[in-house]
Design a protein around this ligand. Sequence first.
Ligand code: PHE
Length: 350
Amino acid sequence: MTQMQTNVDDIHRQIEQYAVTSKEELEQYRQRFIGRKGVVTELFESLKTVAPEDRRAVGQQLNGLKTRAQERFDEFTQLLDEQPDSSPAPVDLTLPTAPSLTGTQHPLTIVRQRIIQIFERIGFTVADGPEIDSDWYNFGALNFPLNHPARDMQDTFFVQKNGNEASPDDMVLRTHTSNVQIRLMEQQRNADTFRPIRAIMPGRVYRNETISARAHCMFHQVEGIYIDRNVGFKDLKDTLYHFVKEMFEPGTRIRFRPSYFPFTEPSAEIDISCQICGGKGCNICKHSGWVEIAGSGMVDPQVLLNCGIDPEEFTGFAFGMGIERITQLKYRVNDLRLYTENDVRFLNQF
Ligand code: PHE
């Protein structure tokens, strides 16, 4: 076998064993076997060194080799075309990234935090308590007599009802956070010395109301209580004046209007000049120029007694407000349902 023959066989083998997985490898194949400087071309050039009588036969072999090299090239090309391109798409690392969407605080959270901040700065602590509580903590201890019509002021969701008559053991979704006030006062029972109570209690409350723009069956309150020796109505007024001044627009006016709650005596509702019209009268304030923001009063001696606190020695005031209401006035939210619908078009505004 001639050297030429060996070379041709060898290249045949190489071509058959060759595999390509990318365009770059295909190009390498082309240069090596088909290109003008490739091995097959080289062999054609050395044809002149072959003995003249063999030249014809060798020439045919080389043509066969050349054809086969081209066939393999075509096969490879087709294979690559059928394969999905696995090379990663070119990335431009200098492009700016898509902005990430950050959430915002819920308006009720913002307002609750602000209320807490205002009261903490004047010495109130934050207290918490159960949302499901007994009739006693939600009503009885607060001087709502059993079966008294005052209970109808707050349409109650019952979780457990023991018979048709009201009973201190009935379980309710709390209708106000006053249940936490009772629990705080009760803790004094076992204390050696009385420690003044000065706390606010933010939290969820529930009332059986049809959901509309103006009412919801679940809302949020912040109530507050201050019990000590010599706490008077003046302290109540000072505290709430301070709150209104911190919370609302400069120049907001405040007034106390006599009212009734079973657990306070005397009682007052607190109005502020309408934040929307500045007191001139609009449909938010029903053209009165005033909007109610809170209930308040001096804690009824009977409530102190119910909690084991001597009303001859100690007095105190309490107040309660709805966070939704305050938020409505601050941010002009005209439909209560917006707070719970999770519509980002609403939430993004805060
Ligand atoms: N608990 C009352 C309510 O939810 C509010 C209030 C609290 C009134 C304290 C007076 C004193 O309506």
